[in-house]
Design a protein around this ligand. Structure first.
Ligand SMILES: Cc1cc2nc3c(=O)[nH]c(=O)nc-3n(C[C@H](O)[C@H](O)[C@H](O)COP(=O)(O)OP(=O)(O)OC[C@H]3O[C@@H](n4cnc5c(N)ncnc54)[C@H](O)[C@@H]3O)c2cc1C
Length: 444
């Protein structure tokens, strides 16, 4: 029996791929919540639909693209990104480093001069000792100090010197000198970066994708099955209900620190897993979802980054600008994202609404007379894994120890990484292929 912990994208993908590659191998997906989907769910609040912050499907893998397109067909459309950065009272196109034009001329000059001055020392991500130095070496001090450093300090809630630069490879666009000059002259560089075009359901929010996967997983999926404990010696999973389920191979997509605390029987030699868990760090996100009585908002932007400390949020998404069906006619929706320390209790909804409203008015996103019709607070914890200087050796070590005991920890939080929905689907496909191969090879 293959037991999968978690019915998010990674867990569902594991089960669906296994049923195709090894139809004789029984598989059970245990999802703790009452519905599957994990972070890829959507919720209805008073006629509005919200994801757990904007979830836009950017894909590159041909097999995943055809799988998703075949699964969702006309329920999915493609959207050209309209992302902006709000700083110094201006709204720049994303990415900042290639769209400097509307900033004050002394700031543009400094950013461009420093970018070219950095040319001599520009380094590959792995060679910079920390994220702050990587940003300075890659973009120059001007761009680093205007955007890269303040934005990422806000997003991760730590000093950029405390982060490595390993996570930047796919997520941070690196423009050429020509791109920077074109952007400084206002010639436009809109389509840069990994998510310049993305897929999104025509209605119902991103949860439509998870629902389609849950349908395909069928009877292999059990919701409301919270895993409390794993006995790695006896190869058994223990549910909160008291039920005990045996496994041959375990695939876990629950957050790695929680898995390390739940596993028993693997502490011979090496650091106890529970103490390794204490050293894995993440930040949380509080998402304040707002529905407002106003037809158009933020000049059609899909989301806006706010690097300046005077704004309490780091990003604001506008789901109804991506897909009109996310809000009732004549209304708009906002997803206001606050970075929050993991494990620290959330503030009250009222205080967040007050802070958000003040910031949104200051930025000119809302007017004093705009009426907020709905508000809803979601907590994502963990949300962003912190790539501090001990993360990679620690994660590689514990994943190796788990794999030796036939426990494969995958997905965004299982592999304790900064990844995206397509990667979660691929993680599932890859572990299914590996399990099917081993089972076929050994005749199990
Ligand atoms: C703020 C934010 C914005 C994002 N935006 C995007 C985006 O725009 N585009 C994109 O591609 N990706 C985005 N992502 C990433 C994306 O959400 C993830 O990569 C993907 O959904 C991860 O899927 P998963 O299956 O690995 O994990 P999860 O979705 O976390 O699924 C894990 C599942 O395990 C279950 N579980 C946990 N513990 C237990 C237990 N003890 N017993 C049983 N079940 C358990 C959980 O309930 C959950 O359903 C974003 C992430 C965040 C945090």
């Amino acid at each position: 029996m293959i037991v999968v912990i978690g019915g998010g994208l990674a867990g569902l993908s594991t089960s669906i791929h296994l049923s195709r590659l090894a139809p004789d191998l029984p598989c059970l997906v245990l999802e703790g919540q009452s519905e599957a989907g994990g972070l890829c769910r959507s919720r209805r609040v008073g006629g509005f639909t919200f994801d757990f912050t904007g979830h836009y499907l950017h894909m590159r893998d041909p097999a995943m693209i055809s799988w998703v397109d075949e699964m969702l067909g006309e329920k999915m459309t493609q959207v050209d990104r309209r992302a902006r950065i709000h700083t110094r009272g201006q709204r720049l196109n994303f990415p900042f480093q290639a769209n400097l034009h509307s900033l004050p001329s002394d700031v543009v000059t400094r950013c461009v001069v420093d970018f070219f001055a950095a040319g001599e020392t520009r380094s590959k991500p792995a060679s910079a000792p920390n994220f702050a130095q990587w940003a300075r070496q890659t973009f120059g001090d001007g761009i680093a100090e205007e955007f890269m450093l303040p934005y990422n300090a806000k997003l991760f809630g730590v000093e950029p010197e405390d982060l490595s630069s390993e996570w930047v490879s796919w997520s941070v666009p690196r423009p050429s000198g020509e791109d920077v000059v074109r952007g400084a002259l206002g010639l436009g560089n809109e389509g840069m970066g990994y998510n310049s075009r993305f897929r999104y359901p025509v209605s119902g929010g991103i949860g439509v994708l998870a629902d389609a996967l849950a349908d395909r997983a069928g009877d292999a999926l059990r919701c409301g099955a919270q895993v409390d404990r794993i006995d790695a010696g006896a190869h058994t999973v223990h549910l909160a209900s008291g039920e005990v389920i045996p496994y041959d191979t375990l695939v876990s997509t629950m957050p790695l620190p929680a898995l390390l605390r739940a596993v028993e029987g693997l502490d011979r030699g090496g650091e106890p897993l529970a103490s390794a868990a204490d050293r894995l760090r993440a930040s949380a996100v509080l998402e304040l979802a707002l529905g407002v009585e106003r037809e158009s908002i933020a000049e059609g932007a899909h989301w806006v980054y706010f690097p300046e400390a005077k704004y309490p949020f780091y990003r604001v998404g506008f789901p109804s600008n991506v897909c009109a069906a996310m809000a009732p006619a004549g209304c708009s929706s906002l997803s206001v994202e606050f970075s929050w320390p993991s494990g620290v209790p959330s503030p009250s909804l009222e205080s967040l609404v007050e802070e958000a409203r003040a910031g949104l008015e200051e930025a000119g996103v809302l007017g004093r007379r705009d009426k907020i019709l709905v508000r809803d607070l979601a907590r994502l914890d963990p949300a962003y894994v912190l790539y501090d200087h001990q993360r990679t050796a620690l994660v590689d070590g514990v994943l190796g120890r788990l794999a030796e005991a036939k426990i494969h920890s995958i997905g965004r939080f299982g592999a304790w990484c900064y990844s995206y929905m397509e990667r979660a689907l691929l993680d599932g496909a890859e572990i299914a292929a590996s399990i099917a191969k081993t089972a076929g090879g050994s005749g199990a």
